[in-house]
Design a protein around this ligand. Sequence first.
Ligand code: CA
Length: 230
Amino acid sequence: MYLEYTFKPKLETCPMRLTALRTLLATAALLAGGAASAAAVGIFGSYVAIDADGPGAGGFAWYGGTQPGPTTGPAFHGADLGDFALGAAAYISGAEVLSWKNGGGDVTGAVLSWRVNGGAFTSQAIGFTSDLPFNDAMGNVFASTPGDQKWAQLSGTPIDFLAGLGAGEHTLELYWRITSNIGERFDSRGGANYRASFSVLETAPVPVSSPASLALAGLGLALLAAARRR
Ligand SMILES: [Ca+2]
């Protein structure tokens, strides 16, 4: 009762204090509203294209970093890019970044950074492609959120990520980032980056289902049978 008695009269008898409180609350609300509409940018989609046979006739395949969906492709992180012959070429043939912006934020560029087996990253600019509407690498359509942009013109392609590699297990590691008027924003799995593995073989891998390999297998069996008959 004592607390109630001392507290209530103070507020009721001090209109100046109430006015100050209301002003403070209004100011706080204004600041909160200002913060909500402050400049912001980010990445909501990221992809990389791998052309596994390099200059060969085979095309590229898209792998996803951040995939906004609903249609998605294979994740780059954790992917096995396959076995390659020593001296062969395999390309990073494209990359894509989907960016968003609001409140005065302005995205000024996109970048793919990659490296094999650690060491220094090589950075390639990804040039601007389109404002809304656009499709992403998986064919998803984006048409409704003002400020969304697509970046898909990867500089320096094709990038031969097998160049100079010896036989063995290797890791292709990469991340995407955007530059903006309020700094860089990364798509890098929190700094851990996206990593895919692949092998370089001493000799050319022979597809087991090819007619040539079946013929060789047949010849081997014939030789084995001939040897057993001796
Ligand atoms: Ca190719």
